[in-house]
Design a protein around this ligand. Structure first.
Ligand code: BTX
Length: 324
């Protein structure tokens, strides 16, 4: 609710400080009793709050699980995540976001689920999304760019998530073109970009982000154990999901605004600094066949360039990449 948002915004702005019931009532435009009820709701959701006479309320600790409120508290963005739709369990956050996209949801709206029953990868593949462990979310953007440039947003998102992982965990993720983030050679993140468009006009871009955060090895199906990992496995400790989500929102917002202002070039440079395959021999499996050669890099449109053994340079728009 908007009252709840005001309350959490106030605690965010005055981090660690006591806020009096009267102050909050004035701010929220409601009675002190109503404020107290909202505080009780927060407690029921797992927030630890201190109440001191004549001083007011103070948040001591946020809950362990992820909730829209927990993500809002401390969130420093102005676009991404201003509207959060949090679900315990969904088929796919992409589906929910597509519906909201059609319903004119505000740009920056995010759908987050604790669990996905039918998580989607590219080309109708599945994305394993068990509960309590990962970040499964879809972000709605509405950029005024030609359709052909939309894949750049996948690369932009990969950079944002990589930056956030570095900042929150100290791990060193690498990006495998176009949409995989690896840590120590195993996949921790997948990104799925889908479009709603009419003719050449983008209505919305739905960016799906799946991050393995706190899974143990045994949480992965056996078939994935050799190729997938979680941040927690690599770091050796549990990672705070809400805080990572906040950092991703912030990085995504910064890069997206930079992109709208100056175009793809600065994003390309950042992307290349995380890229794993540049200069190496790779095989691109495309719908029309395989191409093996040296990865030269991406051009300013985000297209991958591969030079085969005959010196012919191929432009790859969509493929799965194998290293070596
Ligand atoms: P992708 O097609 O590049 O990768 C899918 C492949 O990755 C699968 O075929 C499988 O081999 C492997 N895989 C499946 N689950 C996992 C996992 N948890 N960790 C590592 N590897 C896995 C990547 O597609 C795009 C994934 C986007 C997921 C997000 S989650 C939020 C949003 N909602 C939704 O339904 N999808 C997106």
């Amino acid at each position: 609710s908007t009252l709840r948002k005001k309350l959490l915004d106030a605690f965010t702005e005055h981090e660690g400080e006591f806020l009096s019931g009267q102050y909050l009532a004035d701010l929220m435009g409601c009675s002190r009793t109503a404020v107290w009820k909202h505080i009780e709701d927060l407690r029921n959701e797992g927030f630890e709050l201190e109440a001191v006479r004549r001083k007011g309320y103070r948040i001591i600790q946020k809950p362990e699980h992820v909730s829209a409120n927990e993500i809002r508290l401390g969130l420093k963005t102005s676009l991404i995540g201003q509207q959060i739709h949090y679900k315990e369990s969904v088929d796919s956050t992409q589906k929910v976001a597509h519906r909201l996209g059609m319903e004119n949801a505000l740009e920056g709206t995010v759908v987050i689920a604790d669990e996905q029953i039918g998580g989607k990868g590219r080309m109708d593949r599945r994305w394993h999304s068990p509960k309590h462990t990962g970040i499964w979310m879809s972000v709605i953007l509405r950029p005024q760019i030609p359709l052909s440039m939309a894949p750049q947003l996948t690369l932009l998102t990969a950079v944002a998530v990589a930056q956030a992982i570095v900042e929150n965990t100290g791990l060193e993720p690498q990006i495998k073109w176009p949409n995989d983030l690896l840590v120590n050679g195993k996949k921790v993140t997948g990104i799925l970009t889908e479009l709603q468009a009419e003719a050449d006009r983008i209505n919305s871009v739905i960016i799906g982000i799946g991050i393995n955060v706190n899974q143990a090895v045994t949480d992965f199906p056996e078939g994935l154990r050799a190729v997938a990992t979680s941040l927690s496995i690599e770091k050796g400790e549990l990672i705070n999901r809400a805080s990572l989500i906040q950092t991703i929102f912030l990085k995504l917002e910064k890069l997206y605004l930079l992109y709208l202002e100056t175009g793809f070039h600065p994003i390309k440079l950042l992307w290349e600094s995380y890229a794993i395959s540049i200069g190496k021999t790779i095989t691109a499996r495309t719908l029309t066949g395989n191409i093996t050669g040296k990865a030269l890099g991406i051009n300013d449109d985000g297209v991958l360039k591969i030079e085969d053994k005959n010196g012919v340079v191929h432009s790859i728009y969509s493929a799965d990449i194998e290293l070596g």
